[in-house]
Design a protein around this ligand. Sequence first.
Ligand code: FDA
Length: 320
Amino acid sequence: SGALGNPLRPAILAAARSPRIKSAITRAPVTRGLVTRFVAGQDRSDALAAARAILDSGRSVSVDHLGEDTTDLAGARATLAEYRQLLRELGEQPEADAGTGVRRLEVSVKLSALGLALPRDGRQVALEHAHALCEAAQAAGVWVSVDAEDHTTTEITLELVTQLRADFPWLGAVVQAYLRRTEWDCRELASAHSRVRLCKGAYREPESVAYQRRSEVDASYLRCLETLMRGPGYPMVASHDPAVVARTQELVQQVGRGSAEFEHQMLYGIRDVEQVRLAGLGDQVRVYVPYGSQWYGYFMRRLAERPANLTFFLRSALTH
Ligand code: FDA
């Protein structure tokens, strides 16, 4: 199999970065209906409604305000303000954590949306904004994870997460199995109670830093999974892959982890029936719920993942 199994993946991920294609696709009327398969909606109220339904079905949530590559300070401040309001409103939801200490409410955030890519003082701005966001989360009784972006940000993102964990030990880190460095990162991050989300990785990365073949990425994922499951942290197994889900359950048996000591994670709108099935078995399942007007990059990464998603998109585009 080729690059992550989808021959069109490099082209779609390149299009995800093209302003011209972005404007064509976001203005096409057909896109709207398709986007709602993967995105809860444009407004915070849409995200809250989706979160409520997911909580009521016995699953947990991580809500993500879509926005990345903020290149001005005003944008970064607006992102923080949106998250603060989101956290206030999430904090009003009855949570019911079943006494396990695991929070059923989480938000996910990208440091680039908080100002990491600003030409001046990006690192400091992102750190201050993330700190303020974590304080608001703590007050609301909500957890936070910091999403992993492209490989140019991996080092600085993990550094800032480690720094923030001094004040907010529950802060979640995210690692991507397609990166060659990630096995090492998994060992570094595996301290007591450390929350680590393991995903395969969604960006287009050069061979020098990332495995290119699906089989290599899958093998790396399983090695990282084993490290995290045997370690002292709290693994968050983010994948729709049946092989990953099966291996997770094997490892849980082998190492004797309780159901409050790890979780499955899947994306909103993907394998919903499987999510409900796993929750029905007594496992924790967290659903990543994105919302907002900046859905283009997120949507294109979902199309790139799965030829079936793209076929669906093109077929609808042609028949409208
Ligand atoms: P993959 O795409 O390899 O699919 C494997 C198999 O899963 C398929 O062969 C099929 O059997 C099954 N499958 C997949 N989609 C299906 C569908 N729609 N219906 C039925 N079966 C399906 N990435 C990143 O770079 N940074 C991040 O911070 C995050 N965060 C994140 C959070 C969460 C909760 C998730 C689930 C994922 C992410 N990701 C991410 C995305 C991740 O890196 C990756 O791109 C996608 O999850 C796709 O990889 P999978 O592991 O799901 O399997």
